[in-house]
Every structure is written in C-alpha cells, then in structure tokens.
Design a protein around this ligand. Sequence first.
Ligand code: F0G
Length: 342
Amino acid sequence: MAGLIERYRDRLPFGPDDPVVSLQEGSTPLVYACHISERVGAQVWLKIEGANPTGSFKDRGMTCAVSAAVREGASAVICASTGNTAASAAAYAARAGLRGAVIVPEGKIATGKLAQALMHGARVIALRGNFDQALELVRELAQRHPIALVNSVNPFRLEGQKTAAFEILEEIGTIDALCIPVGNAGNITAYWKGFQEWEPGGALPQMRGFQAAGAAPLVHGAPVERPETVASAIRIGNPARWEEAIAAMRDSRGGVEAVTDEQILDAYRFLASQEGVFCEPASAASVAGLLAYGAPEGAERIVCVLTGHGLKDPQTALEQAGSVIPCEADLASVERAIYDGS
Ligand code: F0G
C-alpha cells in the first residue's frame, strides 16, 4: 500500500517531484464495533489509528511535516510532545537523515513512546514542566534557530491528518458524527478540514470532541493551568488549535464534552475485552464520550477515532487488567489454572 502523500497527492501541497519521507502510513482499518453499536443504538465504526507505523495518527501529519522540512532544506526537527508526536517525529527524522529533538514533560509520558523516541535516536529532553510549557519553549526555539517545528501548529501536520477523513468517506461514505479525543486540538481541526474538502457541498458529520475532565480547557472555556489525567497523551491545558477546534464543532453542530478518568478507563477495558481492540487511554476518550453522552439525536452512522495503540502504555494496561496466574509445571496444576483460575 502506498503512503498517504502518494495516495492523496492531488489533495496535498506536494508536487510530483517533491521529496517524500514515508513509512507507508495511513490506510488504517475502519472496524465495525458490534457491542458499542448495540449500546448506543447506532452503527459505530472504529478508526484504528494505532495501526500506523509508529502506532499513532501522528504519522499522517509527520510524513507531510518532515517531507516539507526536507524540501525546505532543514537539517533538524523539533517538537514538544506528550509522547506520540515525539515517537513519530523521531522515526521520520531518522528515516530522512535529520537530527531530531523532542521535549516531553518529565515522568508524564507512557513508556512505549519514550522507548520509541530514544530508539530512533532523537535527543529526548525531559522538561520539569508540562506540555503547554514545552510547546511555548519550542515555538521560541524554532524562531531563533534553523530547526523545523513539527508540532500541529505546523500546517503540514494538519494536511496529512486530514487524510483520515478522506479514508472514512472513501470506505463507508458519509457519516453523521465523528467522536474524537481532543488535546492540542490539531486532529479535530484536521478531520474537519478533510471532511469539508472531500466533496464541495457534501454532507458533513457533527464533530464531537472529548477531553479528559482534569484537562478540559475547551469545555470550561478557559486554560487549565495544571492539567491532570490518566490519559497522559491529552494532558494539555492550553490547546494551540483552540479557535479552529471550537469553529469546527460549532460549524458542524457538534460540541465538546468532558469524560472522567473512570469513564475513560471503563471504555479502554471495554474496547479491549469486548471489541478486541487495544488502544491507549487517551484514545478511549472518544468511545467513553459516546457511551456517556449517547449518539447525537438522529445520528445513525458514527465513527470513533482511536488515536493510538494500547502497547504505547503498557503500565496503565497492567494496572487495569487482570493478573497472571502463577502455576507449577505439571498438567494438573495447568488444568486447575485454566479451568478454575487458581
Ligand atoms: N490521542 C492521542 C493518542 C494523542 O497522542 C493525542 C495528542 C491526542 C489524542 C490529541 O490530539 O492534540 O491533535 O488534539 N498527542 C500530542 C503528542 C499532543 O504530543 O503526542 P490533538
């Protein structure tokens, strides 16, 4: 399968001779969710963005941001990140032969993401501060140094990420609502752009954003100084794409709501144990929101975006899952362990 620049080049700001840095991202599965559909009384699909090369939707934006950086002659890329952007930037920088630096909040990123960024050879800086402070610092750095900033304030990131909307429309046609977790608010902005661009005058879905209750600035209408949530990927108090996200939700007659950590973790376990889909906690916010608030009135066809893979955050998974059963190495013990669970 082609990478997404190749697949959608006529809808992206890349010419036929431009350099392309790709890991064949995009073209991710859209899986029908029987149990969730039954619970909400509508047809619900899951867009499995964890199936991208580095395990999150960030790869869609990163193939475009890094390809553009190469085209512009950059020699290094930088980003602030709650983890996934860091992993993706590090991978695409490695592939392009660029230096990569990522700034993450110390102790607040999931283990898998840290392992990825380090393995891909990025300089990983653990900031004694949160994501919002990290983003402020990299924006200033990128102004002073010849480094390409690859956060979603970079318009090429949104260009790449809008292709997920194209894939949904190509595969199942128009939908009534999109449920999506919101952190820095780039992805909801990108999906809305994609839905609008696909076919002028086409039917558009309601954009329904969900934030973690402890990090819900868009719900409160004011920045959150000390955001807190188990969903570390969306532990963000002052989203960069604030206005665009609000406009997308307003213009689509959608909205933004908060979901508690408990609701997020319930949805996280439900997805894994009932639908067979293992996503990371932040991703489960989309399904948690749909389950908590119900299908929008009249909505029959809904897509929930699952933004990142469950293996990103093994620690939370082990805390939330059942425990292993220790067992002696003989048949009777194994039988007892299997049938009695002891
Ligand atoms: N889900 C996951 C798994 C994420 O990693 C992020 C953002 C989001 C949802 C929210 O997307 O920011 O476009 O609203 N992660 C960024 C990062 C902030 O640094 O990896 P958004």
